[in-house]
Design a protein. Structure first.
Length: 361
């Protein structure tokens, strides 16, 4: 078997506005997680549809994976593709699990004593590190990954990457359309049956996550394959506003209709617009920073959510204090995500990439 050329492993130039939008989506979902703890009635939550950021991530992922790998996965091979994705994604899966374990053991606001034995805690931790769904903790509302709840979407991201490497990259566009239509029907069914598209994170809604990524990943891939890139002058600010409108859509009895519309039509449209927009040079650094911290922020923030939840339950802060806590928490989490990126994620990925290149020379 011929060895893979190191040049094939080089990453391509990024769509910087799309990177920036990924950061906006990450900040939105973190804000949503703060708010849903404080307001269990989502209709009173100003960002009650922040959870749809995950569907935007999925759509963006389909587009980016198609752009980055469609023309070279055949040369690099499936094994090297999987290595690339593991190096990119898994260091933060591990760190998120460690942070979740530490906050479970040492949460300063926890009121209930830990009753689980060490073996059970170790099993839950390993399932999180190895991305094996294990919705076993009642005190974590049967999250698929008890020590890092957002990892449920990474699980489905891994599944989508595997299916892409084995099937989708070879599949003709017309067949992708058929898959997208079937998945869109499934999206509408889930929304109609559950009243919304919020599921996927728990054992009871496991397959909802599969439906959500099945459509959005395929839709993103179709946007790339058909070159549905819409040239426009909206820029990063304009498209960010359009993206935020989706998250700020009121949570209502019409979710069964509005959410499928956003996921099926609106998000692919935003990816098309984001890929075709012209970036103002003055905003380039913001887009790059936003994109860079998006994944570290998403994968490290939820440990703080459990602490905040216990604090909120014990202290019931008023609106003013709650506002300060959430804004302050967001700033701290963004700074922490940046430190994680420069101190852990980038150095580790660089080390693993160099080791990998040495094995193929």
């Amino acid at each position: 078997m011929d060895k893979v050329s190191p040049n094939v492993l080089q990453t391509k130039q990024h769509f910087e506005i799309l990177d920036g939008l990924r950061g906006i989506a990450a900040i939105s979902v973190v804000t949503f997680h703060f708010m849903e703890i404080a307001y269990s009635d989502y209709s009173k939550d100003f960002i009650g549809h922040g959870f749809l950021a995950v569907d935007f991530f999925f759509c963006l992922s389909g587009f980016v994976i198609g752009y980055a790998y469609d023309d070279r996965i055949g040369k690099m091979g499936i094994k090297e593709f999987f290595k690339s994705r593991l190096i990119r994604l898994h260091p933060l899966v591990v760190l998120g699990s460690v942070l979740g374990l530490l906050t479970f053991l040492f949460d300063p606001f926890a009121t209930q004593p830990i009753t689980r034995n060490g073996g059970n805690i170790l099993l839950i931790f390993l399932s999180s590190v190895l991305m094996i769904p294990y919705p076993a903790m009642t005190e974590r509302f049967f999250n698929l990954f008890s020590f890092n709840a957002p990892a449920w979407s990474l699980f489905w991201e891994y599944v989508a990457n595997i299916i892409y490497a084995l099937v989708l990259y070879r599949l003709a566009r017309r067949y992708l359309i058929v898959l997208a239509v079937i998945a869109a029907v499934a999206i509408c069914y889930v929304a109609g049956h559950s009243g919304n598209l919020m599921g996927g994170w728990s054992g009871g809604t496991f397959w909802d996550g599969g439906v959500r990524i099945a459509y959005s990943f395929t839709a993103g891939l179709l946007v790339f394959r058909y070159k549905l890139i819409i040239k426009n002058k909206l820029g990063f600010i304009g498209i960010s506003v359009l993206l935020m409108l989706a998250f700020l859509t009121p949570f209502s009895s019409w979710n069964w209709l509005t959410e499928p519309f956003i996921v099926i039509i609106y998000f692919p449209l935003l990816v098309s617009l984001g890929a075709g927009a012209v970036l103002n040079d003055g905003l380039r650094k913001i887009c790059v920073f936003s994109g860079n911290i998006s994944y570290p922020l998403y994968m490290t923030h939820y440990a703080v959510m459990w602490i905040f939840g216990n604090y909120y339950t014990a202290n019931k802060p008023d609106t003013i204090h709650l506002t300060y806590i959430i804004i302050g928490g967001l700033i701290v989490l963004i700074i922490f995500a940046y430190l994680v990126m420069i101190g852990y994620d980038i150095p580790l990925r660089r080390y693993l990439t160099e080791k990998r290149k040495q094995t193929i020379k």
